[in-house]
Design a protein around this ligand. Structure first.
Ligand SMILES: [Fe+2]
Ligand SMILES: [Fe+2]
Length: 314
């Protein structure tokens, strides 16, 4: 009899403990689910260690200027190999758990973590074309520090040259390149996703800097001109890096062979609709610009003070 009571009490306790563990796990999952649907910047503000974890996996959300992407989209779009994604999520869940009322899950990864890094990238033919266009845009961006240094040294800008730089940005980077992204490539992904919207928003930010630079050129305001060119460069360098490393591979992974062919055809049609000599004409301009500003200066980073006088994009 006594033994039975003791046995029943033990079973009851075990059941209660089990129930409690299940409830805690359910609560933990609800909290983690809630953060998955939250903007990554907000999550990082509440749990700075999440930023460190993402950084460790090569996901640079801490330095992103927008940061409105949802945590779950950020992880998905980076396309980490499955074991790495699982390890990343386990690390994040542990970080979220340690900051809330719920019990922290067991450390799942630690020393057993797979090496952090991405597989080598390969692009479909139409996406490769966009990556190649990036290289031309980056070559102009690389000259901007020397160009702005020159303007500051002279106290004025060479209106013709700056006009040509702005024409390259508008005609090639924006009209020829961004148009294909916005009007064609982004159709092949869920463009309502915050992650994709951020890229379109950055195109708009860039247009704002270019408009402000053109106004500054007209007004003879050398400081504002340099500041806006510098801000444009900072924005586009990071934008292109994210496209090459994250967005393009993400979109490419979801394309069928038929869609690849369709994008290729639509790119060609769009390019034909624009003047046929556009790339060659702009490529010649880039080469001449580099001849005018050769040397290591073109790789310099802009100084922090230059961005303080930047005009707000219109
Ligand atoms: Fe873009
Ligand atoms: Fe691009």
């Amino acid at each position: 009899m006594g033994a039975n009571v003791q046995s029943n009490t033990t079973v009851g306790l075990a059941q209660a403990t089990g129930l409690l563990a299940v409830r805690r796990a359910e609560t933990a999952n609800m909290v983690v689910d809630q953060y998955r649907k939250q903007g990554v910047k907000e999550v990082i503000e509440t749990f700075p260690q999440v930023g460190e974890i993402l950084d460790r996996y090569g996901i640079g959300c801490v330095s992103c200027s927008v940061g409105t992407c949802l945590l779950e989209d950020v992880v998905r779009i980076h396309g980490l190999p499955a074991p790495q994604e699982a390890a990343l999520m386990a690390d994040i869940e542990r970080a979220l758990g340690s900051g809330s009322m719920m019990a922290a899950p067991e450390p799942a990864v630690a020393a057993a973590s797979p090496p952090i890094g991405r597989p080598a990238r390969s692009y479909s033919p139409p996406v490769s074309k966009l990556v190649e266009e990036h290289t031309w845009i980056k070559r102009v961006l690389a000259v901007i520090p020397a160009l702005t240094e020159d303007i500051r040294a002279r106290g004025r800008a060479d209106a013709r040259l700056i006009g040509e730089v702005l024409d390259f940005i508008r005609g090639f980077a924006d009209r020829f390149h961004h148009m294909k992204e916005e009007d064609i490539l982004f159709d092949y992904t869920d463009r309502q996703t915050e992650v994709v919207r951020v890229f379109e928003e950055e195109h708009d930010q860039g247009r704002g800097f270019v408009r402000a630079a053109a106004r500054a050129l007209e007004d003879g305001n050398a400081a504002a001109l340099c500041a806006n060119l510098t801000s444009y460069r900072e924005l586009l360098v990071e934008h292109i890096r994210k496209e090459d490393e994250i967005l393009y591979p993400y979109i490419d992974r979801g394309l069928t062979t038929h869609q690849v062919g369709e994008i290729h055809r639509r790119f060609e049609e769009t390019e034909r609709a624009v003047k046929a000599d556009i790339p060659e004409r702009y490529y010649r301009f880039v080469t001449s610009l580099e001849r005018r500003y050769p040397g290591e200066e073109k790789e310099q980073c802009p100084t922090a003070t230059t961005t303080q006088v930047v005009q707000a994009p219109a």
